[in-house]
Ligand binder design. Structure first.
Ligand SMILES: [Mg+2]
Length: 258
């Protein structure tokens, strides 16, 4: 099972109901698990720590972020040690470093530009990315989210930076995160599982559900995040199953076992 984080397991810093019971059930049934998130700013370690505080234990290899997926995608296409120009936060820098890339300070000689959310991004960052892409560097976006929810309302996400760079270059980025299938394909590879034998669980029709469907994976929507029941009506994207939240999933699966 490939599980989204925000809107499924937590909202902001608060655990959603049923988290410990959901993990207990998956462990009892020995269901292979990958947590897959479009968030490129957070590290797998931070996700592990956050879940521990919510009563759920996960191994680091059970977590994949769009930053790691982007680094893996690039590692299949570029030589070890290549220079890349990154606009992102700690999660992206760490993932690129672990994949063996050198983080360049300027556009000069870089083979790729990788863009994730960066709440300290500057005009200089955007300019260097534009120069590099004009010079022929690959243009990769960790995730296309235009916005993300914050305490003050919808804040600009990685998609906002990608749009600025695309406007200046006329080049469309290769998106790794949802709703593109790459993140799901890497999650499947790590699970060692086929799409037919895997379920994806998420809270957003146009990212989690659409991305999983593009990867050929059957889908479960929970209504504890972005998508509400009224959004389902009339949407061309329809999940295979819909549950109000984790407690309803746990109840349904426990019923199956009985
Ligand atoms: Mg979500």
């Amino acid at each position: 099972m490939i599980v989204d984080l925000d809107g499924v397991l937590w909202r902001g810093q608060t655990a959603l109901p049923g988290v410990p019971e959901f993990f207990e059930l998956l462990r009892q049934r020995s269901t292979p698990l990958i947590l897959a998130t479009n968030n490129s700013t957070i590290s797998p370690q931070a996700i592990q720590d956050k879940l521990r505080g919510m009563g759920a234990k996960v191994r680091l290899e059970e977590v994949i972020t769009s930053a790691e997926a982007s680094a893996l995608w690039l590692a299949e296409r570029m030589e070890q040690g290549s220079a890349v120009y990154a606009i992102g936060e700690a999660g992206l820098h760490a993932a690129l470093g672990e994949a063996g890339f050198t983080l360049a300070k300027t556009a000069d000689g870089v083979g790729a530009v990788v863009v994730g959310m960066n709440r300290q991004a500057t005009w200089t960052d955007v300019s260097e990315a534009v120069f590099a892409i004009h010079a022929g560097a690959l243009f990769v976006g960790t995730n296309p989210d235009a916005t993300f929810p914050s305490e003050r309302g919808l804040a600009p996400g990685a998609g906002t930076l990608l749009a600025a760079i695309q406007t200046a270059t006329g080049v469309e980025p290769t998106i790794i995160g949802k709703p593109e299938p790459h993140l799901f394909q890497q999650a499947l590879a790590r699970l060692g599982s086929s799409p037919e034998n895997t379920l994806a669980l998420g809270d957003r029709l146009e990212t989690d559900i659409l991305g999983a469907q593009r990867a050929g994976i059957r889908t479960v929507l929970v209504l504890t995040g972005v998508t509400q029941r009224k959004d389902l009506k009339g949407s061309p994207i329809q999940p295979d199953w819909v549950f109000d939240g984790l407690p309803q999933i746990v109840r349904s699966l426990s019923g199956d076992a009985a």
